[in-house]
Write a protein of this length. Structure first.
Length: 71
């Protein structure tokens, strides 16, 4: 006598559902890794832009001081 799970096809579908859940989990892990990498790259760019902004501000200030001394 067949079990109700085999009669209604759930036995087959349960295997399919589990494999899809595993596949989705793998995709989510890849996305999380990619997102983490993007966050690191953004942090690096923020530091670089801060440094370059500071340098530009310092150069402008020094140029203004020298200009005032000359005039």
């Amino acid at each position: 006598m067949a079990t109700p799970e085999k009669e209604n096809g759930w036995d087959e579908w349960s295997k399919h559902v589990l494999s899809e859940l595993k596949r989705q989990n793998t995709n989510i892990e890849k996305l999380f890794s990619s997102t983490t990498q993007c966050r690191l790259e953004i942090a690096k760019l923020q530091v670089k832009s801060s440094v370059w902004g500071g340098i530009a501000g310092a150069v402008t200030a020094i140029a203004a001081i020298f200009w005032n001394k000359l005039v």
